[in-house]
Design a protein around this ligand. Structure first.
Ligand code: UDX
Length: 432
């Protein structure tokens, strides 16, 4: 099937590559000339495991191409996916101006029947607005359908999540576009739920908020564990073995971040408010998340007494492992908090150092260190801020020798407390 994707961010680019991989003919459109130029010359604007290979393979096979022209994208395809950013506004609501602009532009180029599919995360009722806008701005008298098809991929696992989804959600205003949507997703072999437009849009915000709630819940439990000497990982294991609860998203830590959860939570709270419902449960999820960071900073400050002129080695800058994304990263927030307390930082991340430099500039108090094993040199303490697996391979023996004190604050529970104690470390983690 001929498909176009407007927007080549995390969602758009990965979706385009995966659609091409299963045999569809895909045109990726982006207004950013530099990005399209980079993609055309074989470069990658983002780091995502497996994506580069997939893009190169499908470009070479002639199933995937890039352009800055929406007209070309609309002309070539029957189905046009919108995957543009929906950034937060200062009041927590969502900026839908990119969606509105793209809807107008698509309408202006349509000369035959099209299915316009929204993939971006949007407030409930956006699809209705998109349909209204297309109707208003469509010059030719052509038919179209608007579909909501939210994306659930996780950064760092985007290709895997797209190729093996748990479910495909398709929200429609009429049955007409359903066969086309089924045909697109048939190769992925996942269950497909067909519902109305508003339900599909709600499924996305409700799912992300629920996952954030799960993380805040286990973080709240971690406070009780610390107060009683219980172990939050054991508690999570015991809870998660109940299949109704499940093991995933029960990792206690310094809180969730990234470009989705914080934004989607604020947006969902705002959407509820506009619909006349005070979603206090989700406000509490936000509060617990913020407090988790406060508590961790306090733990560091209490142990080191004064942070001024102390050197801390920070492992991790990305908002989670397997990504170079530092948007709303708890690790970056932690660094900024420690800097405000007067600490000097030696920081490292396996993938996110170049993106981090833009938000955490190198300077007299911030040194970027290429080799994780060189981070501990001259440090008063180490801090784990991101759950990169590779940090578990840190040379602890060497670290002990080059640090002023062997102290490690583990914000992601990567190390075993007993083993750390045996090795002579002062070791503080979350809820253990
Ligand atoms: C999330 C959703 O998982 C995905 O379905 C949606 O499409 C986009 O938002 P993403 O933001 O890529 O994906 O990352 P995710 O893996 O969900 O992690 C989000 C944050 O929660 C990270 O900061 C991570 O460190 C944190 N987290 C996750 C925890 O603190 N504990 C956990 O148990 C899981």
């Amino acid at each position: 099937m001929r498909l176009s994707i407007i927007g080549t961010g995390y969602v758009g680019l990965t979706t385009g590559a995966c659609f091409a991989e299963v045999g569809h003919d895909v045109t990726c459109v982006d207004s950013d000339e530099a990005k399209v130029g980079l993609l055309k010359s074989g470069g990658m604007p983002i780091y995502e495991p497996g994506l580069e290979e997939l893009v190169h393979k499908n470009v070479a096979a002639g199933r995937l191409r890039f352009t800055t022209s929406i007209a070309e994208g609309v002309e070539r395809a029957l189905v046009i996916f919108i995957a543009v950013p929906t950034p937060p506004l200062p009041d927590g609501s969502v900026d839908l101006s990119f969606i509105e602009k793209v809807a107008r532009e698509i309408a202006g180029c349509m000369t035959s029947y099209k299915v316009v599919v929204d993939k971006s995360t949007v407030p409930v009722r956006t699809g209705e607005k998109v349909a209204e806008t297309i109707r208003r701005y469509c010059r030719a008298r052509v038919d179209f359908d608007v579909v909501s098809n939210p994306e659930f991929l996780r950064e760092g696992y985007a290709v895997e999540d797209l190729m093996h989804p748990d479910r495909i959600v398709i929200g429609v205003q009429s049955p007409r576009p359903v066969p086309v949507m089924r045909e697109i997703y048939e190769p992925f072999g996942a269950p497909i739920i067909v519902t109305d437009l508003n339900s599909a849009e709600l499924i996305k915000h409700a799912s992300n908020s629920f996952l954030a709630l799960k993380i805040s819940y286990i973080n709240a439990i971690s406070v009780l564990c610390e107060a009683t000497g219980a172990n939050v990982q054991e508690v999570a294991l015991g809870m998660g073995m109940d299949h109704r609860i499940g093991q995933e998203f029960l990792q206690a830590g310094i809180g969730f971040g990234g470009s989705c959860f914080p934004k989607d939570l604020s947006a969902f709270i705002k959407i509820a408010e506009q619909l006349g419902y005070d979603f206090r449960l989700l406000k509490e999820v936000q509060r617990i998340n913020a407090e988790q960071m406060d508590r961790f900073v306090k733990k560091i400050a209490d142990t080191l007494w004064v942070l001024k002129e102390k050197t801390l080695g920070v492992l991790g800058l990305a908002f989670k492992q397997n990504t170079d994304d530092v948007r709303m990263s708890p690790a970056i927030e932690l660094c900024q908090r420690l800097l405000r307390e007067g600490a000097r930082l030696r920081v490292h991340d396996p993938k996110a150092m170049s993106k981090a430099r833009a938000v955490l500039p190198e300077g007299p108090n911030v040194t970027y260190v290429d080799d994780m094993n060189a981070v501990p040199e001259g440090c008063d303490a180490l801090v784990v801020a991101t759950e990169w697996d590779v940090f578990k391979k840190l040379d602890l023996e060497r670290a002990r020798k080059v640090m002023t004190h062997p102290i490690l604050f583990d914000g992601r529970n990567l190390f075993d407390p007993r083993e750390m104690e045996r090795l002579g470390w002062i070791y503080k983690s979350i809820g253990r």
